[in-house]
Design a binder for this molecule. Structure first.
Ligand code: CDP
Ligand code: CDP
Length: 228
C-alpha cells in the first residue's frame, strides 16, 4: 500500500490553513498537525510564568521544558500543555499579540522544528504553519502556499469570533493586528513566512472551504499517482 505523503500548508494568518488542513487530513486518513498551536502554547506558558516574551534565553528554556500534546476532539483538535488543556486559552488575544515575538527566537524554532519533524517522520501527515515547506519538511512532495486578501482574512476571523461568542475588537482593528503579525512573521531572520520555490500558491479570497479542500485533494491524488 502507498505510504501516506507529507503535505505542507503554509500561509499568513486566517488564510484558512487549519480549517482546510483538518478536512484534507480526515479525507485521506492522515494525521493533522497545527504547528501554530505549538508556538501559541509556548507563548501562553511564557505569559503565565510572567516572563518577558523578548527575553530570548528564558523563552527558549520554556520551549525546551514544556510538553505539548494534541488529541482529536469532537469539533476541534484539543491542545494540552504539560497535561492541562489549553485549546481555548492559546487563542486569547494576548497570546496572538505576543506569539510572533516568541516564534522569532531561534532556539524556540529549533526546538519546535525538531518536534515537528518527529511528528511527521512516518508521512501520512498534513502540517500547517509558516515554514513547513521551506524549513520543517523541505522534502515534502506536496506544498501549498495559501493566501487571501488581508480584508477577507480579517473578515473570516471576525465572523468566527462572533460565532464563538468571543468578544473581539472591530473588524478594522482585527485587520491591523493581522497585518502586523504578517509583517513580523515575514521579516524575521529565522524561517520567515515565504513561499517555497516548489510550493503551489492558492489564493482563497473568493473560494469556499469545500473548493479549497477539493483543489488540494486533487493535487495530493496527482502526486500519489506520480509517486506510485
Ligand atoms: O491561526 P493563525 O493564522 O492566527 O496563526 P497560527 O497558525 O496559530 O500561528 C500563530 C503564530 O505562530 C504565527 O503568527 C507565527 O508567528 C507563529 N508560527 C510560526 O512562526 N511558524 C509556524 N510554523 C507556525 C506558526
Ligand atoms: O489556520 P488559518 O489561520 O490560516 O485560518 P483558519 O483558522 O483555518 O480560518 C479562519 C476562518 O476562515 C475560519 O473561521 C474558517 O472557517 C474561515 N474560512 C473561510 O471562510 N473560507 C475559506 N476558504 C477558508 C477559511
Amino acid at each position: 500500500m502507498c505510504k501516506g505523503l507529507q503535505v505542507a500548508i503554509d500561509g499568513p494568518a486566517s488564510a484558512g490553513k487549519s480549517t482546510v488542513a483538518k478536512l484534507v487530513a480526515k479525507k485521506f486518513n492522515y494525521v493533522y498537525c497545527d504547528t501554530g498551536a505549538m508556538y501559541r502554547a509556548v507563548t501562553l506558558e511564557v505569559l503565565n510564568k510572567g516572563i518577558d516574551p523578548k527575553d530570548d534565553r528564558r523563552v527558549a528554556e520554556i520551549a525546551r521544558q514544556i510538553k505539548i500534546d494534541f488529541e482529536p476532539g469532537e469539533t476541534e483538535q484539543r491542545v494540552f500543555l504539560n497535561g492541562k488543556e489549553v485549546t481555548h486559552d492559546i487563542r486569547l488575544p494576548k497570546v496572538a499579540a505576543n506569539v510572533s515575538a516568541v516564534a522569532a527566537v531561534p532556539a524556540v524554532r529549533e526546538e519546535m522544528t525538531k518536534q515537528q519533524r518527529q511528528i511527521a517522520k512516518n508521512g501520512g501527515i498534513v502540517m500547517d504553519g509558516r515554514d513547513i515547506g521551506t524549513t520543517v519538511l523541505p522534502q515534502a512532495p506536496v506544498k501549498i502556499f495559501m493566501v487571501a486578501s488581508a480584508y477577507e482574512r480579517a473578515r473570516r476571523r471576525y465572523v468566527e469570533n462572533q460565532a464563538k461568542g468571543i468578544n473581539t475588537t472591530s473588524l478594522e482593528e482585527l485587520q491591523k493586528a493581522i497585518e502586523l503579525r504578517d509583517k513580523k512573521d515575514s521579516t524575521r531572520k529565522v524561517s520567515p513566512l515565504t513561499q517555497a520555490p516548489d510550493a503551489i500558491k492558492l489564493d482563497t479570497t473568493n473560494m469556499t472551504i469545500d473548493e479549497v479542500v477539493s483543489e488540494i485533494s486533487k493535487i495530493i491524488k496527482k502526486t500519489q499517482d506520480e509517486l506510485a
